[in-house]
Design a protein. Structure first.
Length: 469
């Protein structure tokens, strides 16, 4: 039965003790003391390079009112933190395992419907669109950003209010067993698989390995429904012979897709990017638009439409929710520059599927609206021995660009054949100088690359000026 869970009860779940006043555990939980706001909970995690216990004082000074710390650190912390006694403290043998245990039990007590989303691309955008649609009728909770690990999901769950109807979790992975672990701890009732594409190949080996890893999400004992990409051959083939006792809803351009994409239009206007998609289903035709940039977003919109229909949301409300959704930083936000030019911010991350789609979308808009096309492309990480192959695939798509700036060691592989319109750099500073010297007018500049290259800095420099970073 749902109820307000107190810190003393959470301590009991871990076989541990509560020090200080009792308090509710439902609040924003954070593991970075720099992000703490008044009233938050702080969990001190021991990482490979940083021990969160070194920052407990900072967390308290910033207003943390509930702490999860290792019992072995209590004596030292009580001496170093004068305000320690006024804060609620759950002391445990290991904070990482205790955090997960508390989240697991809290989810079990509150028992909302759980939607799990995974896929090689589109997880976060799909999550936001699904949440936007379901909020029309239900109390919905989800992560504030890409919290798609066991720890991230735990932090998300503990911020969930007791009256939550639906919890939406994003499940990511770069090695086998990671999603299985999350599913065993936080079993979803309903899942969405957005795509199976070459990503994290260092951990999975090949596309069949990626499929196997993503399908771990379907191991939930509570599973009642699956939404998935009908146009992904390897995924669709597997699904056609499995899970026949589970409701399956397909989204794609295939004629037999349950939610069939029959037309997509992408444009740039005064308010940025806009995608309009036409769908057909057993209920008839449906047109939706969202402030997103890219043909691929038709799939994300289709997943949200399918989830909305499953949970009883009207088409009118689905349409209004999609139109009122907001694009996510680093995932296709379009920003206007001077000289009638645009930045397409795809800086969050990259794999061959997402980078290929970004290149196609940029070329499409350039051709439709008569823009000159530029790009800054960071290398794609974790592709293993096939890295050069996939980077060459991207290079082969660059015909039609005025200029493309390539950042990272991945573009220096000896076997690569670079088009004449490309120029390589190994450092951010070097590529920034080259981009600054390139006088762009009446153009679109696509910025895309693995997150570790920090290309969001380039977006900020181009759109907001040098004082941002």
């Amino acid at each position: 039965m749902k109820h307000a869970v107190m810190a003393s009860e959470a301590a009991g779940w871990c076989g541990s003790s509560l020090y200080g006043p009792d308090t509710q555990i439902c609040r924003v939980w954070k593991s970075d003391s720099r992000d703490i706001a008044p009233g938050d909970a702080f969990v001190a995690l021991k990482g490979a390079n940083v021990d969160g216990h070194m920052f407990v004082r900072q967390a308290i000074d910033r207003g943390a009112r509930l702490l999860l710390v290792n019992l072995s650190e209590m004596e030292r912390l009580s001496h170093e933190c004068p305000g320690f006694s006024g804060v609620s403290v759950v002391a445990v043998p290991d904070t990482s395992s205790a955090l997960v245990r508390i989240a697991q039990m809290y989810l079990e007590v509150q028992d909302p419907k759980v939607i799990g989303i995974t896929g090689s691309v589109g997880k976060t955008t799909t999550r936001e669109l699904v949440v936007s649609v379901l909020k029309r009728r239900y109390k919905v909770h989800s992560a504030i950003r890409s919290f798609n690990t066991v720890i991230g999901c735990s932090l998300t769950i503990l911020a969930m209010s007791e009256d939550t109807d639906i919890l939406v979790l994003e499940l990511g992975t770069n090695h086998f067993g990671e999603i299985s672990e999350m599913v065993s701890l936080f079993p979803p009732d309903f899942v969405i698989i957005t795509e199976v594409a070459p990503a994290h190949l260092e951990g999975f080996g090949n596309l069949e390995g990626v499929l196997r890893a993503k399908l771990e999400i379907c191991s939930s004992a509570k599973l009642t429904g699956i939404i998935y990409n009908a146009d992904n051959f390897i995924l669709n083939e597997y699904m056609s012979y499995n899970f026949n006792n589970i409701l399956k809803i397909t989204v794609g351009k295939r004629k037999n897709a349950d939610i069939r994409i029959i037309g997509v239009n992408v444009s740039l206007g005064s308010s940025g990017g806009r995608t309009v998609a036409d769908f057909s289903s057993k209920d008839g035709f449906f047109t939706a638009e969202a402030p997103l940039f890219g043909m691929h977003h038709a799939y994300n919109m289709g997943y949200a439409y399918a989830a909305g229909k499953y949970f009883g949301i009207s088409e009118e409300d689905i349409r209004a929710s999609l139109a009122g959704s907001k694009p996510i930083a680093g995932r296709g936000i379009c920003k206007k520059l001077k000289n009638n030019s645009w930045v397409i911010d795809e800086s969050y991350n990259a794999n061959p599927s997402s980078m290929g789609a970004a290149i196609d979308n940029a070329l499409g808009i350039a051709g439709a609206q008569k823009y000159k096309m530029y790009a800054v492309l960071g290398g794609m990480k974790e592709l293993g021995e096939d890295s050069a192959f996939w980077h060459q695939k991207m290079l082969d798509k660059l015909i039609g660009f005025e200029k493309v700036f390539l950042l990272g060691d991945e573009w220096y592989a000896g076997s690569l054949l670079l088009p004449a319109n490309t120029e390589r750099s190994r450092t951010f500073e070097e590529i920034m100088e080259k981009v600054a010297a390139c006088r762009i007018s009446d153009g679109v500049i696509l910025i895309k690359g693995s997150n570790s290259y920090g290309l969001k800095r380039l977006v900020a420099l181009l759109t907001e000026g040098p004082d941002v970073y």
